[in-house]
Design a protein around this ligand. Structure first.
Ligand code: FAD
Length: 410
């Protein structure tokens, strides 16, 4: 049988994996990358350490709103599992170690080592990489004609691995959505995920840069808790950031897109119940009655939080602790356990780690990732309408889909 001649658009995580698998299967592979190097985004992952996957990966770590989508995710993940991913990287020289919450990292703790190993393997397999050319049009005749800003390329199989819209400075600028829409594919609504949230809290300027551990809950207008996460919270000039905020941002973005109101509730003293905290505040007031209210919480919470909590509780910061009323104590208690602010938006794609939305899965064959609309064209990575939580899940999606598209096309 004649060798498949495959072009892959995008040398990110999924495109490189697809290229390796297809070339191992005997295909002649060319990858076209608009940046001057491969895997730019991988270099930024896991704060430069590359959280390559997660031991606990399952379909529930991705967002799905239908049984069909859950099944689609499972079908892909089962073809290139976490174990297979570890074995693949081991084979190309990357030893993997497990850290907290099942997170997997290269033993060297360097994302550069992952990119170097993938590049060495592509080189060994004689995969051509065209750098600094941007694919601007795809034409279909008896084969595919891939038109870049510089040249025309031909192939009989095409893999679209151009990523989403997140962190465009690293290459994924959303241009591949336009390319496939010209071929009649549908892109669902795109919005930033794993991103910081903007809130309406009045004391953000005062709190900017303050970090503290907290239970952060997202709730709807009727007070239903939509998602909650514990971790290090960071107050910023525009709102809140930090790992728990990124994790809940997907649900917040989804609600805001549907014009639904969402609120953040921060529990700054999660280790205490309401009753325990009440007792603790009474005790504290009895111990230091001559202090001012401004001094009351010194040594109990981060000092930057004291004025905002007291002002939100409508308390005169100059009065003595002994003059605090029961109602005022209850207000402080409420704001320590349930500091509430309205979410006014998310930060944009520039700041986000992943793109929610993408090419509709109903237009993609579940077992092969081949387009149902354009024969011999395949998708892999973030361009597909699947996104996961923070913790190695999005790279696992890139590896698994890269494997499936590379294998099925060759
Ligand atoms: C700061 C940051 C940290 C992250 N940390 C983690 C983490 O620790 N763990 C994790 O699992 N996930 C993490 N992610 C998410 C993860 O990196 C991505 O989901 C994954 O890299 C997507 O892979 P991809 O191959 O689909 O796309 P990308 O890696 O975005 O690659 C797409 C490539 O296609 C190229 N391209 C696009 N359009 C064209 C065109 N028209 N012509 C030519 N080339 C084109 C781009 O230049 C780019 O190189 C992080 C993301 C960011 C931004």
């Amino acid at each position: 049988m004649a060798k498949s001649k495959i072009i892959i658009i995008g040398a990110g995580a999924s495109g490189m994996l697809a290229g390796i698998i297809a070339a191992r299967n005997g295909a002649k592979v060319t990858i076209i990358e608009q940046k001057d190097r491969v895997g730019k985004k991988i270099l930024a992952t896991g704060n430069g350490r590359c959280n390559i996957s997660n031991r606990k990966v399952s379909s529930d770590d991705y967002y799905y709103d239908s049984r069909e989508k859950k099944l689609f995710i499972e079908t892909i993940l089962s073809q290139f599992t976490v174990e297979a991913t570890i074995a693949f990287f081991h084979e190309i020289g990357i030893d993997i170690v497990e850290k907290e919450d099942g997170k997997l990292f290269p033993r060297a703790d360097q994302a550069t080592s992952v990119v170097s190993a993938l590049l060495m393997e592509l080189d060994k397999l004689k995969v051509d990489i065209v750098y600094q050319e941007r694919v601007e049009k795809i034409e279909i005749a008896s084969n595919f004609q891939i038109i870049t800003n510089n040249k025309k390329y031909y192939c009989n199989k095409l893999i679209i691995a151009g990523g989403g819209c997140s962190s465009p400075v690293l290459g994924s600028d959303g241009s591949c959505f336009k390319l496939v829409e010209q071929l009649n594919h549908t892109t669902s609504k795109l919005f930033p995920s794993l991103v910081q949230l903007k809130t309406d809290y009045s004391y953000l300027k005062h709190l900017m840069g303050t970090k503290c551990n907290a239970l952060v809950s997202l709730h709807s207008e009727d007070k239903e808790i939509l998602k909650e996460e514990f971790g290090e919270l960071l107050f910023t000039e525009y709102g809140i950031s930090g790992p728990p905020v990124l994790q809940i941002s997907r649900v917040a973005g989804d609600f805001l897109n549907r014009n639904l109101k969402v609120y953040i509730r921060i529990d700054l003293v999660n280790e205490y119940s309401y009753e325990q905290l009440e007792e603790l505040l009474i005790n504290r007031a009895n111990r230091i009655p001559k202090r001012t209210m401004e001094q009351f919480l010194v040594g109990f919470i981060n000092s930057k939080l004291i004025i905002p909590i007291l002002k939100t509780s409508n308390i005169d910061i100059h009065k003595n602790v002994s003059d605090m009323t029961k109602q005022e104590r209850k207000e402080i208690l409420k704001n320590l356990k349930q500091l509430t602010m309205k979410v006014t938006g998310t930060m944009d794609f520039k700041n986000s780690q992943v793109t929610a939305g993408g090419v509709e899965i109903s237009e993609i064959e579940h077992h092969t990732l081949e387009s149902k609309l354009v024969k011999n064209m395949y998708f892999c990575g973030e361009i597909i309408n699947v996104d996961g939580a923070c913790g190695g899940y999005n790279l696992q999606w890139a590896w698994s889909t890269g494997f499936v598209a590379g294998n099925a096309s060759s």
